[in-house]
Ligand binder design. Structure first.
Ligand SMILES: [Zn+2]
Length: 418
């Protein structure tokens, strides 16, 4: 296995075999730079300007907001390595002015990689460039509101690209030509939408009319994201986009329309989730996406060159575990399904179980890390008739350990007529 381990304290120990570097508590180191309270826009600008003291950092103004505030892009890299020879990860944060943790995640990543003398960080920067836009909507941030000063929701503005902020970021992405792109957001504390109840990631799904390699790359990275989030203790679902979906959303615009492996990160707020905890979610996600891009673009040795970090011993009372079994439940009144359908999947836990994935008619639609999971499914996007729902229990290499299937009869005609 070319991957890291997690200590009993939850610290992330990254083992990047391709770099010949075994371990470092990189996640803890990065998140230690996150403040308890969200900094003001002026403070963010001052922090970025201060980082320019490091020879690894370049801060550029890539545009201005409607009210004239700078759109800042910070690049962190090894100045002795040509930019073109590195894997470039582009992160966009705070399209919605009130969503603080993407900004703090970018600041913490920039500060850590600008200053660290750690062996792992230096080795990473010989192959990796971070390009970060910590505040995509400065006017919204200063006004304490979601939309920009023109009243536009920037994350519904990418296909048309009429907003100044969006235009500037598209130009910047075209210039950088990143290997992966992340768009960081936060979810409200309460929402009527079932999909918004906890952290989720959305990316391009395999199949469904997109290039196979792009779908496979995003699927493989999201399986690693789910596995890591599960190990570090974050509940996570992954939802997959398919061809033909609305590209006004940033990650779909860059993913579906521009063919860059792109990921939407949504960190849930409320329920005692602190700014530091939400920042940690985004930072971990960014590290896993970067690691996946590196593994894809550099040839790896067949075997790790270093010993892997030992896992903590299992609790003494742990019973031996057999292979997992998956069971599916549908609410009794939904054998004929209309509207939103809840598919409840229960897997018996097993040491190899990393995640459950939901397929509809052979297309992977979602992925979740806990052994008992309710998948919300909107049947209105499917034509009336029979559809095959399959839930598979997978290990962290994506191998299917067990599965269960059910056929539902979708019938939304009555609802449409009401
Ligand atoms: Zn948002």
């Amino acid at each position: 296995m070319r991957r890291g381990r997690v200590s009993s304290g939850g610290a992330l120990l990254v083992a990047l075999a391709c770099l010949g570097v075994c371990r470092a508590d990189i996640l803890g180191g990065i998140v230690s730079h996150c403040p308890a309270q969200s900094p003001s826009f002026e403070r963010v600008v001052a922090q970025l300007r201060a980082l320019q003291m490091s020879p690894r950092v370049e801060v550029a103004t890539i545009g201005v907001s409607r009210q004239g505030r700078p759109l800042l892009q910070v690049t962190v890299r090894d100045p002795e390595v040509p930019l073109e020879s590195t894997v470039r990860v582009f992160i966009i944060a705070r399209q919605h002015g009130t969503e603080a943790s993407g900004t703090t995640a970018c600041l913490a990543l920039a500060k850590h990689f600008a200053e660290s003398q750690g062996e792992l960080e230096q080795a990473l920067l010989r192959q990796l460039t971070w390009v970060l836009v910590p505040v995509a909507n400065p006017d919204g941030m200063v006004a304490g509101r979601r939309n920009n000063a023109a009243g536009a929701d920037l994350n519904r503005s990418w296909g048309t690209a009429a907003q100044a902020e969006v235009k500037a970021i598209i130009r910047a992405v075209e210039h950088v030509r990143p290997h992966a792109l992340v768009d960081m957001h936060e979810l409200p504390a309460s929402s009527s939408k079932a999909a918004y109840r906890d952290n989720f990631i959305q990316t391009i799904g395999p199949g469904s009319g997109l290039t196979a390699s792009l779908g496979q790359e995003c699927k493989s990275a999201s399986a690693r994201l789910a596995s890591w989030m599960g190990q570090v203790g974050y509940p996570l679902r992954v939802y997959y986009d398919t061809a033909g979906e609305n590209t006004q959303l940033c990650h779909r615009y860059f993913g579906l329309a521009r063919r860059i492996p792109s990921y939407l990160f949504e960190a849930k707020t409320g329920g005692g989730r602190t700014l530091v905890s939400r920042t940690r979610f985004h930072v971990l996600g960014a590290l896993v996406v970067a690691d996946s891009a590196l593994h894809r673009h550099y040839e790896l040795p067949a075997e790790p060159q270093v010993a892997s970090v030992p896992l903590p011993a299992p609790p003494a009372e742990a019973a031996p575990q057999g292979p997992p079994v998956v069971e599916l439940e549908l609410p009794r009144d939904q054998e004929t399904a209309r509207g939103e359908l809840s598919v409840v999947a229960k897997a018996t836990p097993a040491s190899e179980l990393a995640y459950l994935q939901l397929q509809v008619d052979g297309v992977v639609k979602a992925l979740a890390t806990s052994a008992i999971q309710t998948f919300p499914l909107d049947t209105r996007v499917y034509p009336d008739g029979e559809h095959r729902i399959v839930v598979q229990a997978c290990d962290d290499c994506g191998r299917v350990l067990a599965e269960a299937a059910v056929t539902v009869l979708v019938d939304n005609r009555q609802e449409a007529g009401e």
